[in-house]
Write a protein that binds this ligand. Structure first.
Ligand code: HEM
Length: 412
């Protein structure tokens, strides 16, 4: 750990608020599903579905991804996010904008669309600009910086397309073609989320799961593959390629999962059993989604749920718990008076709490995936999601609270 640029890392409370907010959005998403029931899973176009999609995509995954940029840019790119004082404000603006976007999607209201667009679009644009500056002037591994840079550019494209779709949905411009929605979804899920997870994963898999780092040539092939895939999705929309070509968008999910399985199986120093279990479970859902969407007639609701509601959240929740142990440890180190012993990272986050959270999430995810085939299960799945995210949020809070409690006396 000591070789990593933790000295440049932001105060741990900053990434911590992103992680806690991410899990809180998970509780809200479960509540949304429990409230709307099967309507949210019957078609990809109902307002309830679009709201649920963005609770997962922006609320849960977005907060976790932005928080991971704040925490990992010093480590992965060798350069912290510039203007760190802006970050708490950006966090608040982003989440307020998201709440307004959800209200707009639910009601198609004109009135809320403008503040939603300004707050959400503005906070993402500023965040992306700061991240690009950090990546360009950083001294970390070039291939990792390229991966983060590409993901951030995909986020900008996603947000721009999202704003166009919002304008169309609220009647400011003509209704959008289905291809624009597909491009927005592909840039967001494949370019931004999978792109960033893979780039950050090349650092965190060796660090936290004891795997070997993937070779640079594989990372470069992955970047080129993602760019080509997004190009194919755009070409399908422009009519330059037949509609079936969109199935190519399935490969990143299967390839990512396969890479995780291989790296884990060949890990020279296996660490953090629960984190590995979260990643195996998440990888299995992504692999299944990849295989299903490569075939003909796959339901977008089924594959979308496997990716956005099951696979990616499992990876992110596992990471959130592991990173919370580190953040608590850093906070303790910063606060402890000279000579006071700080317990090791491994002792800070209760393993039994991680195990409980893992089983709660696996059960909730199994119910959610089943509800796409048996819609009457939707409300039960929503209830199980509320419980799973509440359990993990509580575990996060119990660990983080130690940083304040142990400030006064030496636990060792
Ligand atoms: C500024 C940010 C964003 C805005 C304003 C926005 C807005 C929208 C709107 C208005 C739609 C509905 C299109 C329609 O049917 O009329 C949509 C669909 C969608 N968005 Fe976003 N979005 C944003 C960010 C994201 C991100 C970051 C992701 C993924 C990581 C994402 C994933 C999706 C997906 C998957 C759909 C399609 C939903 C479906 O097929 O059911 N969005 N977005």
């Amino acid at each position: 750990m000591s070789g990593l640029a933790f000295a440049q890392a932001p105060p741990p409370s900053v990434p911590m608020r992103f992680l806690a907010t991410a899990l809180a959005w998970g509780v809200v998403a479960g509540g949304g599903l429990a409230w709307h029931g099967e309507v949210a899973l019957l078609s990809r176009w109902t307002p309830a579905t679009l709201v649920l999609v963005h609770m997962f995509a922006l609320g849960l995954l977005g907060n976790a991804m932005l928080g991971s940029l704040v925490q990992f840019l010093p480590v992965a790119a060798g350069s912290p996010l510039p203007c760190p004082r802006l970050v708490p404000g950006l966090h608040a603006t982003f989440n307020l904008g998201l709440a307004l976007l959800l209200a707009t999607l639910a009601t198609s209201s004109h009135v809320l669309a403008v503040p939603a667009a300004v707050l959400l679009g503005g906070s993402l644009a500023l965040f992306a600009s700061l991240a690009v500056v950090a990546v360009v002037r950083g001294s970390g591994l070039r291939v990792v910086r390229e991966g983060i840079g590409l993901a951030v550019l995909a986020l900008v494209a996603t947000a721009l397309l999202g704003l166009v779709l919002l304008a169309a949905r609220t009647g400011w411009r003509a209704p959008a073609a289905r291809g624009v929605v597909d491009m927005h979804a592909a840039f967001g899920v494949i370019g931004w989320t999978m792109g960033l997870l893979a780039a950050v994963g090349t650092v965190t898999l060796p660090m936290l799961q004891g795997t070997r780092a993937p070779p640079d040539v594989a990372s470069r092939a992955w970047h080129i593959g993602l760019l080509l895939t997004l190009g194919v999705v755009a070409a399908v929309h422009l009519g330059a390629l037949p509609a079936e070509a969109i199935r190519i968008a399935a490969w990143p999910f299967a390839a990512f999962a396969a890479a995780v399985f291989v790296l884990q199986a060949r890990a020279p120093h296996r660490r953090n059993a629960m984190l590995r279990a979260f990643w195996r479970a998440g990888g299995t859902a992504l692999l299944l989604a990849g295989v299903l969407s490569a075939g003909p007639g796959a339901s977008v609701v089924v594959t979308g749920t496997l990716v956005l509601g099951v696979g990616l959240p499992l990876l992110v929740v596992g990471m959130a718990m592991e990173i919370t142990g580190f953040l608590t440890w850093i906070a303790l180190r910063q606060r402890a008076p000279r000579g006071v012993r700080v317990p090791g990272v491994g002792r800070l986050f209760d393993e039994a709490a991680k195990r409980r959270a893992f089983f709660a999430h696996v059960i909730a995810c199994a119910l959610l995936a089943s509800a796409t085939l048996v819609p009457p299960l939707a409300r039960i799945a929503g209830g199980a999601l509320i419980l799973a995210y509440a359990v993990s949020l509580h575990a996060l809070w119990r660990c983080w609270r130690l940083s304040a409690r142990w400030q006064a006396h030496d636990p060792g």
